[in-house]
Design a protein around this ligand. Structure first.
Ligand SMILES: C[S@@+](CC[C@H](N)C(=O)[O-])C[C@H]1O[C@@H](n2cnc3c(N)ncnc32)[C@H](O)[C@@H]1O
Length: 313
């Protein structure tokens, strides 16, 4: 009798929450409570359950509530179309919440952060000379985009190879630091600065970039964010252009996990997922190198560099 009553109550709660979401699709707390109601009645797939648990999409979850206003702003348009049928669309809505929660949290942890940028700068020359440049020296540096540039320690080396360098980051504070460091032009290289919402390169024209470069940033990006970026990377690359992407491989052993609590704050991306995303976007995988202790990281198989090439036709 008691369980019949609680089943009835859960159903009533879910249908009240559906109405609340339909009235305001940007109500993140209502989505989370609906997720909770469906989770407790066994209405979520194992994939959705894994995301809910690893990202703490619970009524008591900290990050999803702390960043709710920003999640609503950035994920609002997608949540609005999913809100036409919140229960049927709950799994894509969970992915939308995860995507924006991770991007916003990662951006937040690097906003005005002096610590990382100050501490990482001295390692750049060694990493560039020993790990990065040997892999990319033959690529076309005519027009380069440094994705998630931080305070520009990679851009400092990229600028010596190109006359045109686009710097993109989710944080205005990072773009400001780079502008202060390089100005509009330096030693014959022209600099262009852009802030992104965290999953796109809308401000960059189609077919305009010969090399998209990202080091020590995408390692934190959830696979859903990387999936979005790949679409735009394909769009902005010139035919035959390449992308050098340093991303996580931690998803191989911890699928659907949370970058913020994983070893080395590595995301749930993997070399295999990158191959799948590349295939879906007509990008050829030219090289993949799994990295670990040989590169000075704490653990083997932790991350990966992938070089992807846009097909000519
Ligand atoms: C660990 S820092 C690395 C910065 C730089 N690549 C370096 O090696 O010094 C990560 C950078 O990614 C940026 N970031 C985080 N999430 C982002 C996203 N979704 N899109 C663009 N930038 C992002 C942060 O603001 C930060 O500048």
């Amino acid at each position: 009798m008691k369980s019949l009553w609680s089943m009835f109550q859960r159903k009533r709660t879910a249908s009240e929450l559906e109405s609340t979401i339909k009235a305001n699709p940007r109500n993140i707390s209502a989505w989370v409570r609906l997720i909770d109601a469906r989770a407790s009645s066994g209405g979520l797939t194992p994939h959705a359950m894994a995301l809910v648990n690893s990202h703490d999409l619970h009524p008591t979850g900290h990050a999803v509530h702390a960043f709710a206003a920003d999640i609503a702003k950035k994920g609002g348009p997608a949540l609005a179309s999913l809100a036409t049928d919140p229960i049927k669309n709950l799994e894509p809505a969970i992915e939308e919440l995860v995507k924006w929660k991770t991007a916003i949290q990662c951006g937040d942890s690097h906003d005005r952060s002096k610590g990382y940028f100050h501490d990482a700068e001295p390692y750049m020359e060694l990493q560039w000379n020993q790990i990065i440049f040997p892999l990319i020296r033959d690529l076309d540096f005519t027009s380069v985009l440094d994705l998630a540039c931080g305070h520009g320690r990679n851009s400092e080396f990229l600028r010596r190879q190109t006359k045109s360098l686009h710097l993109v980051d989710i944080n205005q504070s990072c773009i400001d630091a780079c502008r202060k460091r390089f100005g509009d032009a330096k030693d014959g290289t022209r600099f262009y600065y852009h802030v992104t919402d965290g999953n796109h390169l809308k401000m960059i024209p189609n077919d305009s970039i010969t090399l998209v470069y990202s080091w020590d940033s995408m390692v934190h990006f959830d696979k859903l964010i990387v999936r979005d970026y790949l679409l735009d990377i394909r769009r902005v690359l010139k035919p035959g252009g390449t992308a050098f992407l340093h991303h996580s491989n931690y998803g191989e052993k911890a699928p659907d996990s949370n970058w913020a609590t994983n070893t080395g704050t590595q995301s749930d991306m993997s070399a295999k997922i990158m191959r799948d995303y590349a295939a879906a976007n007509d990008l050829d995988v030219v090289l993949q190198k799994i990295q670990g202790r040989a590169e000075g990281w704490g653990e083997d198989g932790l991350d990966c560099v992938s070089i992807l090439k846009r097909r000519d036709s």
